[in-house]
Design a protein around this ligand. Structure first.
Ligand code: NAP
Ligand code: G4F
Length: 320
C-alpha cells in the first residue's frame, strides 16, 4: 500500500484529494496545524480512514519527523495562507508559510528520501496582470498580491529542487476551483451562501467588491484528479489546470440568483471595502498540455458548479 502525505488536509482541496487517494487504495496521512478548536469539518466523514498528524509549514522539525515516521511515496503540499486579501494584512506570515514553507518541505524530503514524489499547489494568481491571454505553462508571471508573489517563489523553488537535486518535484498551476466546501470568504461561496440566506429570508443583501473581475472557475473535485495524475507521470513537470473558460463575478451572481428565481440586481450592493489594492482582472487558462499529456478534462460545467453550490447551501441552511 502506498502512503501519501497531504499538507492542508483540513482545507477544501485536502478533503477532496484525501477522498480520491482513499478510493485508489492509498494510506492517507493528513497534516494539520495545532489549533485551540478542532477544525475537521471538511474531513469528519473520512476521519476513521485517514491518519491526521500535527505539523506546520513554519516548523522544519515537524516536517522532518513526519516524513521519517510515515515514509510516504508521495507528498502533496496543499497548505498555504490562501486568501488573497489577507496577504496584504499579513504579508510576512504569507511569505513564511506560502513561500518559505515550500522550501522547508522540499528540504525535509531531500534529507529523508529524495525519491519521494512532490506536488506543489501553485496558482493562476502568479499570472496576475496577465502578460498573455490565455495563460499557459510558458506565460511569464506578474503577481499582484503578496500571496501571488509567495506562490511564484513556491513555484520556482520547486523547479529549482527538480533541477538541482533531480527530485520528482512537480508544480500544478491551478486556476480557481470551487465547491460546496469552499471557505465562506471566497467570492463564489460568499455568493452561494448569501443567495441561500436571502431566499430563506435570513439576509437582505449581498455586499461585494469588483463585479467585473473574471476568473476561470472549475470544480475542486475535478482538480484533485489532475494533482494525482501529475505525480503518476514518468517525469516531473509544470502543468496549467483550468477549464479554458472565463466568467465575471457578475455572471456568477446572475446564475446563482436566477437559480432560486431572484434577480441579482435587486440584492447585490457594491462596497469599496471588498476592492483590492491591486486586482487580477482576467484569468483564463490554456489547459492544452493537461488535456494531451495527462488526459485530464474537467467534468463539471460553470453553470453546474454555481447551481451545485447554491443547492448545497440551501440544503444546509434548511437543515439548520
Ligand atoms: P484552503 O481551503 O484555504 O486550505 C488551506 C490549508 O492550509 C488549510 O488546511 C490550512 O489549515 C492549511 N494551513 C495554513 N497554514 C498552515 C501552516 N502554517 N501549516 C500547515 N497547514 C497550514 O485552500 P484550498 O482552496 O484547499 O487550496 C489548497 C492549495 O491550493 C493552497 O495552497 C492554495 O493556495 C492553492 N490553490 C488553490 C486554488 C483554489 O482555487 N482553491 C487555486 C490555485 C492554488 P487550517 O484549516 O488550520 O486553516
Ligand atoms: O474568490 P476570490 O477571493 O479568489 P482569488 O482572489 O481569485 O483567489 C483564489 O483563487 C486563486 C487561484 O487563482 C488561489 F490561488 C487563491 O488561493 C484563492 O483560492 O476572488 C475572486 C475575485 C477577485 O477578483 C475579487 O476581487 O472576486 C472578486 N470579488 C468581488 N467581490 C470578491 C468580492 N472576492 C471576495 N473574496 N469577496 C468579495 O466580496
Amino acid at each position: 500500500m502506498s502512503t501519501a502525505i497531504i499538507t492542508g488536509i483540513t482545507g477544501q482541496d485536502g478533503s477532496y484529494l484525501a477522498e480520491l487517494l482513499l478510493k485508489k487504495g492509498y494510506q492517507v496521512v493528513g497534516v494539520a496545524r495545532r489549533s485551540s478548536t478542532v477544525n475537521n469539518e471538511r474531513i469528519k466523514h473520512i476521519l476513521d480512514d485517514i491518519t491526521v498528524v500535527q505539523g506546520d509549514l513554519q516548523d522544519q522539525g515537524s516536517l522532518l519527523s513526519l516524513l521519517e515516521e510515515y515514509k510516504p511515496s508521495e507528498v502533496y503540499n496543499l497548505a498555504a495562507q490562501s486568501f488573497v486579501p489577507t496577504s496584504w494584512n499579513q504579508p510576512a506570515l504569507t511569505g513564511d508559510v506560502t513561500a518559505l514553507g515550500v522550501t522547508r518541505l522540499l528540504e525535509a524530503i531531500r534529507f529523508v528520501n529524495p525519491k519521494i514524489r512532490f506536488y506543489q499547489a501553485s496558482s493562476s494568481e502568479m499570472f496576475g496582470k496577465v502578460l498573455e491571454v490565455p495563460q499557459r505553462e510558458e506565460t511569464p508571471f506578474y503577481p499582484r498580491s503578496p500571496y501571488g508573489v509567495a506562490k511564484v517563489y513556491g513555484h520556482w523553488i520547486t523547479v529549482n529542487y527538480r533541477e538541482s537535486f533531480d527530485m520528482f518535484a512537480t508544480s500544478g498551476i491551478l486556476f480557481n476551483h470551487e465547491s460546496p466546501r469552499r471557505g465562506l470568504e471566497f467570492v463564489t461561496r460568499k455568493i452561494s451562501d448569501t443567495v441561500a440566506c436571502i431566499k430563506l429570508g435570513r439576509a437582505k443583501e449581498l455586499r461585494l467588491g469588483n463585479l467585473e473581475a473574471q476568473r476561470d472557475w472549475g470544480f475542486a473535485g475535478d482538480y484533485v484528479q489532475a494533482m494525482w495524475l501529475m505525480l503518476q507521470q514518468d517525469h516531473p513537470d509544470n502543468y496549467v489546470i483550468g477549464t479554458g473558460e472565463t466568467h465575471a463575478v457578475r455572471e456568477f451572481c446572475e446564475i446563482a440568483f436566477s437559480h432560486v428565481d431572484l434577480d441579482y440586481k435587486k440584492y447585490v450592493v457594491q462596497d469599496e471595502k471588498f476592492y483590492r489594492p491591486a486586482e487580477v482582472d482576467l484569468l483564463i487558462s490554456d489547459p492544452t498540455k493537461a488535456r494531451t499529456a495527462l488526459k485530464w478534462e474537467p467534468a463539471v460545467s460553470f453553470k453546474e458548479l454555481v447551481t451545485m453550490m447554491v443547492d448545497s447551501d440551501l440544503a444546509r441552511h434548511n437543515k439548520e
